[in-house]
Design a protein around this ligand. Structure first.
Ligand code: HEM
Length: 461
């Protein structure tokens, strides 16, 4: 499927281990970089079983079994305690972390906020954030070296700031970003305490710093909410139609219940954390992959040149080749590299019996490179995602956003944003990877370039 003239490019990734590591080595690798734990058998087997000290885990990469866990029998598989403990510090009342009836109420109330129509209405702020970044790079000029990974974190935070609270964060965006980085730095590592299920009251390393950061977030967000509520009460017609207004007005259609204040606050934090690094890394990997593929770089630049000059309506839908690059980046480097669940009652997956409390791990990273499901799985080839080939991808073989009832609520938002930002930047700049850059994927909370992504602006169009 690759263009005949271009060499097949397999971007950097750890070579699968020849055999499974022992427990101590597994722990060390999990802490350093969970991507480096996978042995070759996981990329070939549909389902693999692993014994852990107090439980067992099933590594599930078979489309039918995935369908059963995440969709058909999803009620039997709750988000497991490891994932919740790692992910939900401070977000415990937000959609990502709640379970059962509270999750249902929130999901119903929040769904309209992320509908296609509402997301399409965010085209303008997404474009504005991209253009602002392009203007900054233009001022730096050809020859400048930038850390593209850090810059993408900035632009995605700006997009969230513009779409959640269009009148700004109300304080210093840089302080907010520093706090965000500190937050991810602490929660992003899988430690032995989490893996062995040590209760939450046992302090984790960095816990105090995390608490301080959470208090800072709460203070900033509460101030913004208070100001907006006053405006909503005093002059509702003057209030911007952003995510914050939608959240404050959101009602659960079945009960008419409004979200509680702590739920609004938790969901703002949830959107900021779930939508920030994930989309930033998608963009960073897309920019890296394009820098290695002159053919796709010019295809994206030409498409952007053509489409960005037209009215912005349905812009992202017209950026077909750009979106294929974004989707291929999400395949090779899925920002959420592993999903996990815990079985409630006994179930059968393939020919395996899954007992209560068993852990199920579905790794989009492994799934997207699975030998049985993809041809040339390690090679960069966005052609796979062009409309004429897309139908060849089995539905449960490509899951960057998960699937089933807990599928990412922000997937259209993220795809639209990444497509628009990538188009704007590729149209305006030719970037080259710095010669001393060592690009390597590391899995923290998200899958990101371990050493940032230093790139040089070669040409400004
Ligand atoms: C490329 C960017 C993104 C990726 C790869 C991504 C990935 C995911 C995945 C895999 C899940 C499911 C987790 C599971 O089943 O255990 C998820 C859930 C979620 N995501 Fe995203 N996400 C992205 C962007 C966003 C954005 C932009 C937002 C919001 C602004 C967002 C908000 C959420 C929320 C609230 C959930 C929980 C949904 C629920 O449990 O009902 N995500 N995301």
């Amino acid at each position: 499927m690759l263009h005949r003239l271009e060499r097949r490019f397999c971007p950097p990734a750890p070579a699968p281990l020849p055999s499974r590591p022992g427990l101590l080595e597994l722990l060390a690798r999990l802490r350093r970089n969970p991507l480096e734990c996978w042995s070759a058998d996981f990329f070939q087997e549909p389902i693999a079983k692993v014994r852990l000290p107090f439980t067992q885990a099933f590594l599930v990469h078979d489309p039918d079994a995935i369908k059963r866990v995440l969709m058909d029998n999803a009620a039997n598989y709750r988000k497991d305690t490891i994932q919740r403990r790692i992910l939900s510090s401070g977000l415990s009342d937000g959609l990502l972390s709640v379970e059962g009836g509270r999750w249902e109420v929130q999901r119903r109330a929040l769904a309209p906020i992320f509908s296609r129509r509402t997301v399409a209405s965010f085209t303008a702020p997404m474009l504005a954030a991209a253009i602002e970044l392009a203007a900054k790079w233009r001022r730096m000029g050809a020859g400048a070296t930038i850390d593209v990974a850090a810059e993408m974190t900035l632009v995605t935070l700006n997009v969230l700031a513009l779409t959640i609270f269009s009148d700004g964060i109300g304080g210093d965006l840089d302080d907010f970003r520093t706090a965000m980085n500190a937050y991810f730095g602490v929660i992003g590592r899988i430690g032995a305490l989490d893996l062995f299920g040590v209760p939450k009251f046992v302090p984790r390393p960095g816990h105090r710093r995390l608490l301080r950061t959470m208090l800072y977030f709460e203070r900033v967000i509460d101030n913004i909410i208070d100001a907006r509520r006053e405006r909503l009460a005093a002059t509702p017609e003057s209030v911007p139609n952003d995510l914050l207004t939608l959240l404050l007005r959101s009602l659960d259609p079945s009960t008419g219940r409004r979200l509680e204040l702590r739920e609004v606050r938790s969901n703002i934090l949830t959107f900021l954390s779930a939508g920030h690094e994930t989309t930033a890394n998608t963009l960073a990997w897309s920019m890296f992959l394009l820098s290695k593929s002159p053919e796709w770089r010019s295809r994206v630049a030409e498409e952007a040149e053509r489409e960005l000059l037209k009215p912005v309506d349905a812009l992202a839908d017209r950026l077909i080749e750009t979106r294929a690059v974004v989707e291929e980046a999400l395949r090779l480097y899925p920002p959420i590299a592993a999903l996990s669940r815990q079985a409630i009652e006994t179930d059968r997956l393939g020919n395996m019996v899954v007992g209560p409390s068993s852990i199920i791990v579905i790794s989009p990273y492994v799934l997207h490179r699975h030998r049985r499901l993809w041809s040339d799985p390690d090679a960069f080839d966005p052609t796979r995602f062009l409309p004429q080939h897309r139908g060849n991808i089995p539905r449960f073989a490509y899951l960057p956003f998960g699937i089933g009832p807990r599928i990412c609520i922000g997937s259209s938002f993220a795809l639209q944003e990444a497509t628009i930002v990538l188009a704007v930047l590729t149209r305006s700049f030719d970037l080259r990877l710095s010669p001393q850059a060592e690009v390597w994927p590391v899995q923290r909370i998200t899958l990101r370039p371990a050493n940032g992504l230093p790139m040089q602006i070669e040409k400004v169009q």
